[in-house]
Design a protein around this ligand. Structure first.
Ligand SMILES: [Mg+2]
Length: 316
């Protein structure tokens, strides 16, 4: 199966058709249209087999994770996703693998009305690079830099679950397909609608890809502030607590990575508006701490400050 045939057979149909795509797959470039008063938000994320996921991970999950990671970045900007491109490096063009990969991509793209507008396939070690494009009303995008002293720090979902599963898989453990922790690793749910809702509530946001501690530190540093968070408020899932134990669960929640949850700050007086809005969300939303003037992120347990966690997930 040559390159042209791969694109024609697996990636030319089955994705949402959008009327703001003037010219999609098939020319040298895609033409897409923004509406008046919008800004384009562009994100890109590469997933490499062996570095970001085990070589034998199901093709459908590889596709889902690659697109979900990009949608999560758009969500952290408060953007609504519209289009994406795919660059796929494959050791060989196996029809069964490609079919399952395309199905995983089509399922998630379909849910978010996302058109595939371009791509490339090459021979090489398995790697998936996606560029996703979305839009926000001009001037409303969420950035990492807007937090100020006094803001509350919130996180969605239950960080640590995906990190546990990745580590178990890396150690050669077999996890069943319906294991909730495997599901959180293989099929993370990007918080797209939640990110868009946060445009009018949050002062700053980031998505969790490398671990809550380092990602929250990045947000605080970009805002020129610091933070104090309460380790006992970490929203740990019951499944993670059971499998890892309380202490390891906390460590994974802070350093595990691959959560694709949102961490964001809400100004004083807006917390109840956030909580009211979030009551309709399909994920938990938990206040874990507060922004302070002094730089750095400190985790507290009771009255004492804990040593800074290390061993955050590294992409290299
Ligand atoms: Mg990100």
């Amino acid at each position: 199966v040559d390159e042209f045939e791969v694109i024609r057979r697996y990636f030319s149909a089955g994705f949402p058709a959008r009327d703001d795509v003037v010219l999609g797959v098939g020319d040298d470039g895609a033409l897409t249209r923004l509406r008046d008063g919008e800004e384009l938000v562009t994100v890109s994320d590469a997933l490499v087999a062996g570095t970001h996921f085990p070589l034998e991970l199901a093709a459908e999950a590889v596709a889902h994770r690659a697109l979900a990671a990009n949608l999560s970045d758009l969500a952290a900007m408060g953007a609504v996703p519209r289009w994406f491109t795919l660059a796929l490096a494959l050791p060989s063009a196996e029809p069964a693998w490609l079919e399952s990969f395309a199905a995983g991509l089509q399922r998630l793209a379909g849910r978010f009305d996302l058109a595939l507008v371009g791509g490339d396939t090459v021979r090489g070690p398995l790697a998936v690079t996606i560029t996703a494009l979305g839009a926000v009303p001009a001037g409303t995008a969420l950035c990492r830099s807007g937090a100020t002293s006094g803001d509350s720090i919130f996180v969605t979902g239950t960080p640590g679950d995906a990190g546990w599963a990745w580590q178990a898989l890396a150690e050669g453990q077999q996890l069943s397909g319906d294991d909730p922790l495997y599901q959180r690793f293989a099929f993370p749910e990007p918080r797209v609608a939640e990110g868009a809702a946060l445009r009018s509530l949050a002062t700053a946001a980031i998505d969790l890809s490398d671990g809550l501690h380092v990602d929250l530190e990045r947000l605080l540093a970009a805002s020129g502030v610091g933070g104090e968070a309460d380790i006992e408020r970490l929203p740990l899932s019951a499944a993670l607590r059971t499998r890892a134990g309380e202490s390891r669960a906390r460590e994974l929640a802070l350093t595990g990575g691959d959560d694709y949850e949102l961490c964001f700050t809400v100004p004083v007086g807006r917390e109840s508006a956030l909580v009211a809005q979030a009551a309709a969300w399909p994920c938990e939303v938990t206040q874990i701490g507060r922004v302070v003037a002094e730089p750095g992120l400190r985790w507290r347990e009771g009255g004492s400050v804990l040593p800074a966690p290390d061993a955050a997930f590294r992409h290299f």
